[in-house]
Structure formats: structure tokens, C-alpha cells
Design a protein around this ligand. Structure first.
Ligand code: FAD
Ligand code: MG
Length: 345
């Protein structure tokens, strides 16, 4: 018995967007929210103040330009050019690629490589999220692991170039680029002096400004054991971002085992530490995205310590026995609503 998640993705994403819309309902808006499929997911932008066709067009064009630079799934992107030149020569990249590379290397350093933007060969090997997903052989995994190592990614900010030292190395910004994209949307909102908006890039949520009635935004934490669209609880946040990494997002099943898309750079298999999701609340979405994947890969002790080292960041960890742990700073703003789950200290 074998199943893959990608065919269902758009449906789940719609459900997710709708679930969020329900929580955020009751806010008057100047123009309806818009949803487009970009950066590999459904992106829903809800400008609740000064929304205009021009603003929406600018935002989605910005998202498309980030996809054009950083997609690992398309030929001709800057990321593709860097990968093709691995072991050959540095490649000039734009400001977006450079900014994400700098951040990604920072998180690789902070996690001692548990988060690694050079995880590409392993991502390609497993192909999770595509119909070709399969369990690779031990030899294939060993070969891919040899090509992974963020220290062999040369980031030359002055020259504006990226260089992968070994042939066969591959960058993959799947764990961080959606967060960067959400922050890029927030920059447009600031420049246009839009007062309040909700940016939902496939579950990577950023709430901008204050709600009209002054109350905090209420954002659902996705239920990692169920279908997309249901949530285990609500977080109340103001001018923050909430990002979740989980086993439910992209996976396939073979012989009764689930293989999900957050990969261990130590053994080459999906991270197996009992966690089913990690949700991060932070000031910047790029940090929240990098942290959600990092904390998932590191597990509770090291993950919590990492999150607490980033100012303004908090985390909610969920395990497969349906226990939930949260960092102290988020506890008062997080309300569990699904009674199958239980908060422990
Ligand atoms: P996260 O936990 O944030 O990230 C998990 C992803 O990070 C994995 O899917 C893998 O790509 C990578 N990763 C795995 N292990 C590690 C690790 N140890 N360290 C660092 N990174 C790791 N999907 C499509 O199906 N088609 C597309 O055309 C497509 N285009 C995209 C274009 C862009 C610019 C981006 C950012 C994403 C795109 N995606 C596309 C989605 C992408 O492939 C990932 O599935 C998605 O970004 C995962 O995000 P997440 O928040 O669910 O998980
Ligand atoms: Mg992430």
C-alpha cells in the first residue's frame, strides 16, 4: 500500500486557507482577499485596509519573482544555475538569493548542520512531494550524504556570488524561502502604508498591523495528525508570523511506514524523533521558517534552546503521542482546543 500527498496538496491548501479565513472573519476589508498558486503552494493575501488591484498585483508579482530566483523545481532559476555550476564556478545571484543564502548559512551554523541548505541531493533522491517518491537504497543515501555540507557553500557577498565547491552538490531553500517571501510581502505593505493584512503562504502566516477592533489576531495551529484545515488550538498574536513544519505537509507511505520531507543530514532518512510538528511564532517569517525546520530536526532540548536564543521567537512542539510542549513566552497566548492533545511541562 502506497500513497503520496502531493495530488491532494491544492485541496488541503484551500482547506487551510479557508480555515484561517474563518478565524480571521468579521474584519471589514476594502477589497476581497486574493489567492494564487505560487512558490509551490496556495498563497492567500488579505489586504484589510487600502486593498487595491495594484497592491495585489505588485504582491503576487513579487512572489513570482522570488519563485523565479529560488525554485528548486524549475530549470532556469538562479538556484538552478548555482546547482549546475557546482564544482565549476561561482555564479552571480540577485539580492533575494543572496539574502536567503546568508540566512540559511547562519541557521546551518546555529544548528551544526541539522538545518542545511545544501540538503538538495537528499531531497532529490527521496523526491517526497512528487509521484516519484521512493525509499532509496542505503548506498544511494550514503552517496547523497557525501555531497551535503554547508561549509562547502561559498557565499561571497561582496562579489554577489554563490559557489558550491563539489560537483553534484545542490542548494534547496524549501525550508526557508517561503518565510523570506512573506517578509518581502510585509515590506510592500509597509511601503504602501497598508495598515492591516493577513499573508498566508500555504500555512506560513504573517499578520500585519493591528486588527480594526484592536484585538489580537487569532491564528490556528494546524492539526499535524489530521487533515489540513483542522487545528489543535489558537495562538493570539499581534504583528507576528506563525510558521509550522510537520510530517503531514509532504509525505508518502510504503509498507505501512510514513516517510516525511524533513530529512536528517546525519543519517539521510526523514527525521525520526517522535515529533509530528513544530510551530514557531516570531517577528520575521524568514526566521520562523528556518526555525520551524531547525527545531523539528534538532528535537525538544536543542530546538527549544535555539528558539530561545532568537529574540521574539517562541515555539509549540507536538509529538506523536499527542503531547504538546511550548516555550514559556507563548503559553499565555496559546489555547489548546482539541481535547485529544495534552500540554505537558
Ligand atoms: P519546511 O519544514 O519549512 O521545509 C522542508 C523542506 O526543506 C523540504 O521539503 C526540503 O525541501 C527542505 N529540507 C528537508 N530537510 C532539510 C534540512 N535538514 N535542512 C534544510 N532544508 C531541508 N513545491 C512543488 O511541489 N512544486 C514547485 O514548483 C515548488 N516550487 C517552490 C518554489 C519555491 C521558491 C519554494 C520556496 C518552494 C517551492 N515548492 C514547490 C515547495 C517546496 O518544495 C517545499 O516543499 C516547501 O517549501 C516546504 O515547506 P514547508 O514549510 O512545508 O516545510
Ligand atoms: Mg521551514
Amino acid at each position: 500500500m502506497r500513497s503520496t500527498s502531493p495530488r491532494l496538496l491544492p485541496l488541503f491548501a484551500i482547506a487551510s486557507a479557508m480555515a484561517f479565513a474563518l478565524i480571521a472573519a468579521s474584519c471589514a476589508r476594502s477589497i476581497e482577499a486574493r489567492t494564487e498558486f505560487v512558490i509551490g503552494t496556495l498563497c492567500r493575501i488579505d489586504l484589510q485596509d487600502q486593498g487595491s488591484d495594484a497592491a495585489y498585483r505588485e504582491i503576487f508579482a513579487r512572489l513570482r519573482s522570488i519563485e523565479e530566483a529560488m525554485s528548486a523545481n524549475k530549470d532556469g532559476t538562479e538556484l538552478d544555475a548555482v546547482n549546475r555550476a557546482a564544482g565549476i564556478a561561482p555564479v552571480a545571484v540577485g539580492a533575494d538569493m543572496m539574502a536567503v543564502a546568508v540566512k540559511a548559512v547562519r541557521y546551518a551554523e546555529l544548528t551544526d548542520g541539522a538545518f542545511d541548505p545544501t540538503v538538495g541531493p537528499l531531497v532529490k533522491l527521496w523526491n517526497i512531494g512528487t509521484p516519484e517518491a521512493r525509499v532509496p537504497s542505503a548506498e544511494e543515501i550514503a552517496a547523497a550524504l557525501k555531497l551535503i555540507g554547508w561549509r562547502d557553500l561559498v557565499v561571497d557577498e561582496k562579489a554577489g556570488t554563490l559557489f558550491l565547491k563539489k560537483p553534484g552538490m545542490r542548494l534547496d531553500f524549501g525550508a526557508i524561502a517561503k518565510g523570506y517571501a512573506a517578509d518581502a510581502v510585509a515590506e510592500i505593505l509597509a511601503r504602501r502604508r497598508i495598515k492591516r493584512a493577513v499573508v498566508d503562504l500555504g500555512g506560513n502566516v504573517l499578520v500585519y498591523g493591528k486588527k480594526k477592533d484592536g484585538s489580537p489576531w487569532r491564528v490556528g495551529v494546524q492539526d499535524p495528525s489530521g487533515l489540513r484545515g483542522s487545528h489543535i488550538g489558537i495562538v493570539r498574536i499581534e504583528a507576528k508570523t506563525l510558521v509550522t513544519s510537520g510530517v503531514y505537509e509532504r509525505f508518502f507511505e510504503e509498507d505501512g511506514r510514513r516517510y516525511h520531507h524533513i530529512l536528517s543530514t546525519r543519517d539521510g532518512y526523514p527525521v525520526s524523533n517522535g515529533l509530528i510538528s513544530v510551530t514557531i511564532v516570531a517577528d520575521k517569517s524568514v526566521d520562523a521558517d528556518a526555525l520551524s525546520t531547525s527545531a523539528f530536526a534538532l528535537g525538544w532540548e536543542k530546538g527549544k534552546a535555539l528558539v530561545e536564543s532568537i529574540p521574539g521567537a517562541e515555539a509549540i512542539f507536538v509529538w506523536d503521542d499527542l503531547t504538546v510542549r511550548a516555550t514559556p513566552g507563548i503559553k499565555k497566548d496559546f489555547a489548546l482546543s482539541d481535547e485529544r492533545y495534552r500540554i505537558v511541562d
